[in-house]
Design a protein around this ligand. Structure first.
Ligand code: AMP
Length: 416
C-alpha cells in the first residue's frame, strides 16, 4: 500500500453536498450586500507581512502567534492573510478608490489563515464574509451595519443569536482607561495565566479576550471602558444604541467586549449564537477610524465586520430537498447516442440531466436513478430510438408514459 497524504491539520475539504450549502449562503450574502450598496472587491491571498503587523497590530494574538508567514524566493517576507481589513485598506489607498464618486462600501468572501489551535468552529483555513464601509462618521451607519447582519441572519433563518455591543473609545480617552486597567491588572498579575501576564505590559485590553476561566473571573472585577469614554465617544455610542432601538434590534451592552484586534475605535459589536459551543461568535466588527491615515491614506474613518462562514453554516437550517433532475437510462450504442443528444438539448433548455457512461443493465441504471433521487428517468431502448419517442418515468408517482422530445420538455417545465 502506498502512503496516503492527509489534509493539513486545521483545514478541511468542503465536499459536494456541503458545497451546495455554501453556494446557497454565498448567493444570499451577495444579494444582501448588494441591496445595501456594497460592491465586491477581491485582493490577493498573500500580502507583505508588514501590512498585518501594522494593520492588525503588533500586540494582537494574530500577529504574535497566528500568522502563516514565509520568505519567498526573492527574500521578501509574505503572509497569508489572517484577516481582510488591512488588505482592503491597502487596496483603497493604492487604487485611490477614495477619489471616485462611488460610495466606499465593499464586501468580500474568501479564505483566511490563522495558526490557531484547531477545534470545533476554529480552523487554520477558514472563510469570512467581510464588509467594510469608509468615510461615514455617523453612528447611524454603525447601526445600519448591525441591521444588515441581522437581515442576513433572518433571511438565512438563523435563530438563537444575541447581539453584543460596546465602545472601546478613541486615541484620546482610551489611554486613561488602559492606564487604570494596567494598574489593576498588575495587582492581579500573579493569578493571571502566562499569556495575560504578558498582556499586562503589551496591551491589557486583550486580557478580556482570554478564555481561561481564572482570567475571565478576574477580568470581571476590572473597570469598564464605558465609564472612561470621552464626550465624543460617549455621544457616538449613545446615538449608535438609539439607532439600534430605532431599527428594533435587540442588543446587550457588553462593557468587556474589546475584540481581538488592535485597531478598533469607538463601536465594537459581536453577534453570537447560543447554539454554538466555546467558539460562539458568528460575526465580529467595529470601527477603525485611524487605520487609513496610519497607512498613509486620507484621513477617513471606517467600520466593518467579519462573519465566519463555517460557523454560520453550522447554524443555518437547510432543507434536504434535492433540485429536480432527469436521469437517462439507455440500452445499447444507438440508445446511448440518442440519450447523449437528448441531454444536450435538454441541458440547453436549463434541465439538469445525468447520463452515466457505464453501459450497465437497465435494472442497474434504474436502481442508480432511484438511489440518486432522480425526479424522472428517461428510458431509451432500440424501439424508442426508432420511433423517436421515449419512456418518461415519474419517480414520485411511478407513472410511465411515452413522450416526444418536446413533450418531455413540456412535462419538466410544468413541474419546475
Ligand atoms: P475576527 O476576524 O477574529 O474578528 O473574527 C470574525 C469571525 O470570523 C468570528 O466571529 C468567527 O465567526 C470567524 N473566525 C475567526 N477565527 C476563526 C477560526 N480560526 N476558524 C473559524 N472561524 C473563525
Amino acid at each position: 500500500m502506498k502512503k496516503q497524504i492527509p489534509a493539513v491539520k486545521g483545514t478541511k475539504d468542503i465536499l459536494p453536498g456541503e458545497a451546495k450549502k455554501w453556494q446557497c449562503v454565498e448567493v444570499m450574502v451577495k444579494y444582501i450586500c448588494e441591496l445595501y450598496g456594497y460592491k465586491e472587491i477581491r485582493t490577493p491571498v498573500f500580502e507583505a507581512t508588514e501590512l498585518f503587523e501594522k494593520g492588525t497590530g503588533e500586540t494582537s494574538d494574530i500577529v504574535i502567534k497566528e500568522m502563516y508567514t514565509f520568505v519567498d524566493k526573492a527574500g521578501r517576507s509574505l503572509t497569508l492573510r489572517p484577516e481582510y481589513t488591512p488588505s482592503v485598506v491597502r487596496s483603497i489607498i493604492e487604487n485611490r478608490l477614495y477619489l471616485k464618486p462611488e460610495p466606499l462600501r465593499f464586501y468580500y468572501i474568501g479564505p483566511m489563515f490563522r495558526y490557531d489551535k484547531p477545534q470545533k468552529g476554529r480552523y487554520r483555513q477558514f472563510h469570512q464574509l467581510d464588509v467594510e464601509v469608509f468615510n461615514e462618521e455617523d453612528p447611524a451607519v454603525d447601526a445600519e451595519l448591525v441591521e444588515m447582519a441581522d437581515h442576513l441572519l433572518q433571511e438565512l433563518h438563523v435563530a438563537g443569536t444575541e447581539t453584543l455591543v460596546n465602545s472601546v473609545g478613541c486615541k484620546k480617552c482610551r489611554p486613561f482607561y488602559t492606564k487604570e486597567l494596567r494598574s489593576q491588572a498588575e495587582r492581579a498579575r500573579e493569578a493571571l495565566c502566562p499569556d495575560c501576564r504578558r498582556k499586562v505590559i503589551t496591551n491589557p485590553l486583550r486580557i478580556f479576550d482570554c478564555k481561561v476561566e481564572a482570567c475571565r473571573e478576574i477580568a470581571q472585577t476590572f473597570p469598564k471602558i464605558t465609564d472612561y469614554l470621552c464626550q465624543e465617544c460617549r455621544e457616538h455610542f449613545n446615538r449608535f444604541c438609539e439607532h439600534l432601538d430605532f431599527f428594533g434590534i435587540k442588543y446587550r451592552i457588553e462593557p468587556r467586549l474589546v475584540r481581538g484586534l488592535d485597531y478598533y475605535t469607538k463601536t465594537t459589536f459581536e453577534i453570537i449564537s447560543t447554539k454554538l459551543g466555546a467558539q460562539d461568535a458568528i460575526i465580529g466588527g467595529g470601527r477603525y477610524d485611524d487605520m487609513m491615515k496610519e497607512f498613509g491614506g486620507p484621513d477617513i474613518c471606517a467600520i466593518g465586520f467579519a462573519m465566519g462562514l463555517e460557523r454560520l453554516l453550522s447554524v443555518v437550517p437547510f432543507k434536504k430537498k434535492r433540485e429536480p433532475f432527469l436521469y437517462v437510462a439507455y440500452l445499447g450504442e444507438e440508445a446511448k447516442r440518442a440519450g447523449m443528444s437528448l441531454v444536450r438539448l435538454l441541458r440547453r433548455e436549463g434541465v439538469e440531466c445525468l447520463l452515466e457512461y457505464r453501459d450497465k443493465s437497465l435494472k442497474t441504471q434504474m436502481g442508480r436513478a432511484n438511489k440518486l433521487g432522480a425526479s424522472w428517468v428517461l428510458i431509451i431502448g432500440e424501439e424508442e430510438v426508432r420511433k423517436e419517442r421515449y419512456q418518461l418515468k415519474n419517480m414520485a408517482t411511478g407513472q410511465q408514459e411515452e413522450k416526444s422530445r418536446e413533450e418531455i420538455l413540456g412535462v419538466i417545465r410544468k413541474a419546475s
